[in-house]
Design a binder for this molecule. Structure first.
Ligand SMILES: N[C@@H](CCC(=O)N[C@@H](CS)C(=O)NCC(=O)O)C(=O)O
Length: 199
């Protein structure tokens, strides 16, 4: 199994983090993002969206970090991270979609503006980011994990861009429940750091 990877990408990190936690062997292929290697052949044929991560396992090619988490957990990590019962699976899945939508367009977008000078609407990103943080803070008031009372790929999908919030100019100190949840994730066996996520 391998991913075409960017070390500073939270979406790529999600996949590296889960592979580490689940003790899966993953070949990391660094991509020259600044030179646009992800937007030309041969990578463009693997992901016509011109984005990373791109994941390959034998003949399977996947292009979305949430989809990759589902595949890795479902195929290689058993019930623990991605349950098969419909109601439990849906509870986890709703957070995967939150990662792809609200987190991507809020917390992630704010960081893209501040850290990588992307021409995105920062104030719109911040509005979305604070809305998402409030929802998370309330949700974690009486829970240790985002879904079904145990760590799942829901936590792994949401974690990176929340943990990297400061790089988008967002102060997490008022969010007590979120901070406790971040620490809980960092204490999982085989947890993997990335630049910008501090001990
Ligand atoms: N939905 C995708 C989003 C992937 C994505 O946005 N990747 C960024 C890096 S974090 C990218 O490659 N952007 C292309 C670019 O900015 O040129 C996922 O979750 O994997």
């Amino acid at each position: 199994m391998k991913i075409y990877d960017l070390d500073l990408s939270g979406n790529c990190y999600k996949v590296r983090l889960f592979a580490a936690l689940a003790n899966l062997e993953l070949e990391i292929i660094p991509v020259d993002f600044l030179q646009g290697e992800h937007q030309v052949e041969p990578l463009l044929s693997l992901n016509p969206l011109g984005e990373l991560p791109i994941f390959i396992d034998d003949k399977l090619v996947l292009r979305d970090s949430q989809a990759i988490l589902i595949y890795l957990a479902g195929k290689y990590a058993g019930e623990a991270w991605w349950p098969s019962t419909a109601s439990l699976q849906a509870e986890v899945a709703q957070w995967l979609f939150t990662a792809a939508n609200e987190v991507q367009h809020g917390l992630c977008a704010a960081r893209l503006v501040d850290k990588f000078a992307y021409a995105l609407d920062k104030s719109r990103a911040l509005t979305q980011a604070y809305k998402t943080l409030k929802i998370l803070e309330v949700h974690l008031n009486d829970r240790e994990w985002l879904a079904i009372n145990r760590p799942t790929i829901a936590d792994i999908a949401i974690f990176p861009y929340v943990a990297l919030a400061a790089e988008g100019g967002i102060d997490l100190s008022p969010y007590k429940n979120i901070n406790r949840w971040l620490e809980r994730i960092k204490k999982l066996d085989r947890f993997l750091y990335m630049p910008g996520i501090e001990k």
